[in-house]
Each structure stands twice: as structure tokens, then as C-alpha cells.
Design a protein around this ligand. Structure first.
Ligand SMILES: Nc1ncnc2c1ncn2[C@@H]1O[C@H](COP(=O)(O)OP(=O)(O)OP(=O)(O)O)[C@@H](O)[C@H]1O
Ligand SMILES: [Mg+2]
Length: 247
């Protein structure tokens, strides 16, 4: 009996692994602040199939950052389950969670978060060092990624010698180095002018065409409109989930 149940569970896991980059069921996140409970997420169900490109939108305080933090394994839900690949991350201990965070999720931030002392190629390599996985072969891969984001002629520049758009390209290449479940981008064009924003959005389109899964938070309708799907949050719940383009 037990074995059979376990087998069914494994099959479901295999299915989750095959189709979904991420899957949230009944996810709640409550914060207790001075004795009052803040319901940041009130029960969110969301499946992100591999290859999807999702823009999470919604008013200030609607729960976007809370959701991004949960997807990024930076926080844990109060209730519900979160599957990344074949792992239900709500059952994992802190060490395992931080391993997934550093090896299976590609973070892209509004402020790029590059290491100023390192060159372009070294910044792209950083996540591999955390894994103790940097080698000549991985160096080659980093150079390929730098080329892919259009920085082949800037490999030995440092962040201060680059434009904002170029710095964000480095961050995007860095986010891909571990072949992540998905790219998690928090307002990736928030610091860029409109021309550079267009270039970064073109790059995200290209990655999406290559089959990468992208989840981004944005306040800007123009940015959301470039995704394949807009998930709008309101008061900690999904208000609408609109597909703009097929996966
Ligand atoms: N650490 C915390 N302690 C208490 N309440 C919090 C905490 N973090 C977030 N909240 C509350 O949870 C709700 C959702 O916050 P969240 O940061 O997810 O919103 P958001 O959609 O990202 O907003 P913004 O667009 O302003 O960044 C808000 O009411 C916020 O005040
Ligand atoms: Mg936020």
C-alpha cells in the first residue's frame, strides 16, 4: 500500500520535472508585525511550464516581491507547496535550499549586482565558483555566453567600464551559467533608458526563443507586453492570468 502510494508520488514528481519549471499550490505567506498578521500571499496556485515567459505585475504591496523571494528560495511559505523541477522546496532544509538557490536559479536584478573588482568573464563565472566547478571547460562556456549576450569584445572590462545595458547583459549571461530552472528577473530594465530597455527585452526574447524559462516582475506595461503571459496579483491573490503568446 505504502509502496504504491510512493510510486504514484514519484510519477507525479516525474511529471512535474518534465513539464514545469515551477509549480505553486496553495501558497500563503504571512508576516506577523507588531502582533498583527499581514497576509502577503493568501493562497496562490501557479504553474510555470518550461519555456514560459511570465511577467508578474500588480500594484505596490500586492505580493510580487514576496512571490519572487519564494520562487528564488530566499524565503519559505507559511503554507502550501512549491515545486522547482522535481523538488518540493518546502520540505528542504536550509543547506539544500541555498544549494538550489546558488545552482539552479538565475537571478537578474534591477541593480545588476556585479562584482566591481572582477572582469566581465570573471563575473559570468562567479556562480561556478560557488559550486567549486570552475574549469577550463567552464571558462569556454562563459566566453560563449558573453558572445551570446553581445559582449565578445568586452571580456576583460570591469563593470565601471561598461554601460548600464552592458552590465545587465553580463548579469544575464551570469544567470545562465548554471543552466537554471528559470531566470528570475526583478525589474531588470528598471534602471535603463528606453533604447537600452529595448535591447535587453530583445535579448530576453532571444533567450525565450531558445527555450529558456523566464519569470520577471515589472511595473511597466510595455515590459509586461513583451512576455508570453501576464500574471496580475492583487492583495496577495492572482487576479488574472493572461496568455499573450504560446509557449
Ligand atoms: N518582512 C515583512 N514584514 C511584514 N510585512 C511585509 C514584509 N514584507 C512584505 N510585507 C507586506 O506584504 C505585502 C506584500 O509585499 P510585497 O513586498 O510582496 O509587495 P510588492 O507587490 O512587491 O510591492 P512593490 O511593488 O511596492 O514592490 C505588503 O503589504 C507588505 O507591506
Ligand atoms: Mg516589490
Amino acid at each position: 500500500m505504502f509502496t504504491k502510494k510512493k510510486k504514484v508520488a514519484n510519477d507525479l514528481n516525474a511529471e512535474a520535472e518534465e513539464f514545469f519549471a515551477a509549480k505553486l499550490t496553495g501558497v500563503k505567506r504571512e508576516y506577523v508585525l507588531k502582533g498583527e498578521t499581514v497576509h502577503a500571499l493568501r493562497g496562490v496556485d501557479l504553474s510555470v511550464p518550461k519555456g514560459d515567459y511570465v511577467a508578474i505585475m500588480g500594484a505596490s504591496g500586492s505580493g510580487k516581491s514576496t512571490m519572487l523571494n519564494l520562487l528564488g528560495c530566499l524565503d519559505r511559505p507559511t503554507a502550501g507547496k512549491i515545486w522547482l523541477g522535481h523538488d518540493d522546496i518546502t520540505t528542504l532544509d536550509d543547506d539544500h535550499l541555498s544549494e538550489i538557490r546558488s545552482t539552479r536559479i538565475g537571478f537578474v536584478f534591477q541593480s545588476y549586482n556585479l562584482i566591481q573588482q572582477l572582469t566581465v568573464i570573471e563575473n559570468i563565472e562567479v556562480p561556478l565558483f560557488y559550486q567549486g566547478n570552475a574549469s577550463l571547460r567552464s571558462r569556454k562556456r562563459c566566453i560563449e555566453l558573453a558572445k551570446m549576450v553581445g559582449l565578445a569584445d568586452r571580456l576583460n572590462h570591469r563593470p565601471t567600464q561598461l554601460s548600464g545595458g552592458q552590465q545587465q547583459r553580463v548579469a544575464i549571461a551570469r544567470s545562465l551559467v548554471n543552466d537554471p530552472y528559470f531566470i528570475l528577473a526583478d525589474e531588470p530594465t528598471g534602471n535603463l533608458d528606453s533604447k537600452t530597455t529595448a535591447e535587453i527585452l530583445d535579448l530576453l526574447d532571444k533567450l525565450s526563443e531558445q527555450g529558456r524559462t523566464i519569470i520577471l516582475v515589472t511595473h511597466e506595461d510595455d515590459v509586461g507586453a513583451r512576455s508570453k503571459r501576464i500574471v496580475r496579483l492583487r492583495d496577495g491573490l492572482i487576479e488574472s492570468d493572461t496568455r499573450l503568446r504560446p509557449i
